[in-house]
Write a protein that binds this ligand. Structure first.
Ligand code: IMP
Ligand code: MG
Length: 180
């Protein structure tokens, strides 16, 4: 049993090797799509920090790093639709080729909020890259240009994703079995 999880050990949904391979593919895809340009890569905190640091090292382009803190859930498992900005981006985004890196798109409400906020700063282009997506739970029409894995409606943890602050350090994406 891992020291990170103490009593509950999540079940593996996406193993570490699969994440690694897919992250590498996505990084290459972004490299090809943006060839010859410089990108501004926004890490949406907190959940995306592990995905972000891994994919950045697979993107062979000049990259400017920005960090945006948002909180939409509190400790609940259902999106409130209310997004709180906990850390804003200070540098101007006008004229930049911006890519937003998300850990997961669930209802899409958080992402829709972030897209509106970034668009108002007039970047030259704006795309979204998310490691995970739950198509059945989408409640709003938002475009995600790069998707790592489409998953079901289950609540997942690990590889940056948390359940009430726990499990972020797991190397895989897992879920907690009912009954815990
Ligand atoms: P949305 O607004 O419903 O799309 O939720 C987006 C945010 O909720 C994500 O950026 C995550 O921080 C969190 N979230 C949604 N689903 C999960 C999950 O299955 N596990 C952990 N966090 C999640
Ligand atoms: Mg997030």
């Amino acid at each position: 049993m891992s020291k990170l999880t103490k009593t509950i050990e999540p079940k593996i949904l996406i193993p570490e090797v699969k994440i690694k391979a897919r992250v590498e593919e996505m990084g290459q895809e972004i490299t090809n799509d943006y060839m010859g340009r410089e990108i501004t890569a926004i890490c949406v905190l907190k959940g995306s920090f592990i995905f972000y640091s891994d994919i950045l090292r697979k993107i062979d382009l000049p990259v400017s790093c920005e960090f945006l803190g948002v909180s939409s859930y509190g400790d609940k498992k259902v999106s409130s639709g209310e997004v709180k900005v906990t850390l804003d981006i200070n540098d101007p985004l006008e004229g930049k080729h911006v890519i937003i890196f998300e850990d997961i798109v669930d209802s899409g409400l958080t992402l829709a909020y972030i897209i509106n906020m970034i668009r108002s700063r007039r970047p030259a282009s704006l795309r979204v890259c998310s490691l995970l997506m739950k198509p059945e739970k989408m409640r709003i029409d938002v475009q995600v240009d790069y998707v790592g894995f489409k998953i079901g409606s289950e609540f997942v943890v690990g590889y940056g994703l948390d359940d009430a602050g726990k499990f972020r350090g797991l190397p895989y994406v897992g879920y907690i079995e009912q009954g815990h």
